[in-house]
Every structure is written in structure tokens, then in C-alpha cells.
Design a protein around this ligand. Structure first.
Ligand code: BJW
Ligand code: ZN
Length: 244
């Protein structure tokens, strides 16, 4: 794969790199994206499932959906894209800022990760905030808290909810200080997460988009690489490994 010279030069000069990732990076692991032709929200209504009122109205339905997805995730492995990002740490100061809840960056070996939308592996009581880990075999009925009887929900960020402040600020700051900000596998339509790559660019970072198709961010990017992230990221890493 031939990369443009300006990008190679940027890689050579860079110290701090941010990977801002979305559902597309996990698509090649077998985890469905949200939007687009194979997206889960072509089949489900997000408003019905990914918000707190829906959970209160029909906790078993929402819980079952997350148990189903937890099950898919547990049967998936990180792919070549996740592993390439982890290996970039050999050459750069790398921060991963992810919208994904699937834990695959951590499983691939990345060490500095900000999770903007939570993590499906954690669950907490909506009344007393006690955390619970849930097993796949725990069934499809919403669990209740052993201390207070409250409903237990996944520790993910639903529409209308605030993002965890420390994760957002950490991700935003890393992006603003980065030399290159890679935006990988996201439609970049969900806010405030989508402000992060724009902030990086405004602060002077070189913005590189990797996606199978153009997105809301394409007009903003310094360089767009269209194709699968599991194929493109290892090729960039290979370029870095050549000693630039
Ligand atoms: C590949 C590939 C391959 C495929 N290789 N690429 C400002 C403006 C407008 C609206 C708002 C705004 N501020 C807030 C809002 C409202 C709302 C919002 O953004 N709405 C828009 C959708 C219109 N935001 C919120 O509500 C947020 N909270 C908030 O703002 O709080 C403040 C507040 C509080 C109270 C009152 C008012 C304000 C919270 C957002 C939470 C998002 N949560 C979800 C669900 C998480 C849990 C779960 O998983 O169930 O997060 S929604 C869903 O979208 C999920 C994702 O992280 C997020 C982003 O999706 P992503 O990752 O981009 O996936 P896709 O599917 O969209 O795209 C995949 C991409 O991959 C595509 O481009 C493919 O082409 C590509 N691809 N295969 C490379 N192999
Ligand atoms: Zn409780």
C-alpha cells in the first residue's frame, strides 16, 4: 500500500499518537456496528433500547439485549486492527480514545485507554451504585442488587446521559496534545464524542481517517484512507517498523 509522502513525514516527526475509535474497528471481529447497512439499529430502534427511560419501562427487554451482545463479544477476539494499535506503543506515546464498550482494545494489549461510552463488562445498581460482574450464564432477566434490591444496569452511556467526565477530559486532552489523531471506524455522528477529533485538529494535530466509506468527518480530515481498519492499520505499522 502506498501512503502519501506528507503522511510518512508526519509519522516520522510524531511522538504522541491518538487513536479515536468506533464500532467499525470491531466489525472484523464479528461485532455488528450500529449504523450502516449491517448496523444493529437497522433492526432495532435505539430510542427503545439505549436510554434510561426504556430501561425503567422494560428492564428485562433492555437487559436481554445487553446479555445477547455481551455473549457475542465474549465469543469474539480482537482483530489485526486492535493488535496493530497495541503494537504502535513500541514506537510512540499512544492513547486510545474509544467509543466502544467491548473491551477489545484492552484484550489486544493497549495500555492507555479512555472509554467514552463505558464498558459492557461492568454493571451497577441504579439505586446504591454497587458494581456487579455478570456471567453469560446468569440469564436474561434483569438482576437486582443484593444490598438494596435496586435494578442492575450495564455501565454504558445511553442517549441523554453524561459521559464519564474523567474519561472525556482525558481523551479530549490527549487528542489536543497529539501529533497525529487517527479516527478509525466511526460514523462520527454521536456527540459529544465526535467533538474530540475536531478539537485535535483545531489544536494542530494531523487528522487521519480510516473507514470503509466517507463520513461526517471526511471533509475535515487531512488524509482519508478508505478500506478495512484490520487491513490498513497493520500496513501503517509495517511502514513504521521499516524505520521510516
Ligand atoms: C469500518 C469497518 C471496517 C465498518 N473498517 N471502518 C450535539 C449535536 C447533536 C446531538 C447531540 C449533541 N450533543 C448531544 C447530542 C445528543 C446525543 C447525540 O449525539 N445524538 C446524535 C446521534 C444525533 N448524545 C447524547 O445523548 C450523549 N450524551 C449527552 O450529550 O449528554 C449531555 C446531555 C445530558 C442530558 C441532556 C442533554 C445533554 C450520549 C451519547 C451516548 C451514545 N451511546 C451509544 C450506545 C452505547 C451503549 C451501547 O453500545 O449499547 O454509543 S450510541 C452508539 O453510537 C454507541 C457508539 O459508541 C456511538 C457511536 O457509534 P460509532 O462507533 O460511530 O458506530 P457506527 O455504527 O455509527 O459507525 C461505524 C463506522 O464504522 C461506519 O462509519 C462504518 O463505515 C465503519 N466501518 N466496518 C473501518 N472494517
Ligand atoms: Zn443497590
Amino acid at each position: 500500500m502506498d501512503f502519501k509522502q506528507e503522511f510518512i513525514k508526519k509519522l516520522r516527526e510524531s511522538k504522541k499518537i491518538v487513536f479515536f475509535t468506533g464500532a467499525g474497528i470491531s466489525a472484523e471481529s464479528g461485532i455488528p456496528t450500529f449504523r450502516g447497512k449491517d448496523g444493529i439499529w437497522n433492526k432495532m430502534n435505539p430510542e427503545e433500547l439505549a436510554n434510561f427511560d426504556s430501561f425503567l419501562r422494560n428492564p428485562n427487554l433492555v437487559w436481554e439485549w445487553y446479555q445477547h451482545r455481551r455473549n457475542i463479544i465474549h465469543n469474539c477476539q480482537p482483530n489485526a486492527g486492535h493488535f496493530a494499535i497495541a503494537k504502535f506503543e513500541k514506537y510512540f506515546d499512544v492513547t486510545v480514545v474509544t467509543q466502544n464498550i467491548d473491551n477489545l482494545h484492552k484484550r489486544a494489549g493497549s495500555t492507555k485507554i479512555f472509554e467514552l461510552h463505558g464498558n459492557i463488562e461492568r454493571n451497577f445498581c441504579i439505586e446504591c451504585h454497587t458494581f456487579y460482574s455478570i456471567k453469560d450464564e446468569d440469564g436474561n432477566n434483569v438482576p437486582t442488587c443484593k444490598k438494596c434490591g435496586g435494578l442492575v444496569r450495564p455501565d454504558v452511556v445511553w442517549f441523554g446521559e453524561m459521559l464519564p467526565q474523567d474519561q472525556f477530559t482525558g481523551g479530549e486532552t490527549a487528542a489536543e496534545w497529539s501529533d497525529i489523531c487517527f479516527v478509525v471506524g466511526t460514523s462520527a455522528v454521536v456527540y459529544p464524542a465526535a467533538y474530540i477529533p475536531m478539537g485535535a485538529k483545531r489544536a494542530g494535530a494531523y487528522l487521519v481517517e480510516i473507514n470503509i466509506e466517507p463520513t461526517e468527518l471526511s471533509g475535515y480530515a487531512d488524509y482519508s484512507l478508505f478500506g478495512k481498519s484490520g487491513e490498513i492499520l497493520p500496513k501503517i505499522l509495517e511502514e513504521v517498523g521499516k524505520g521510516l
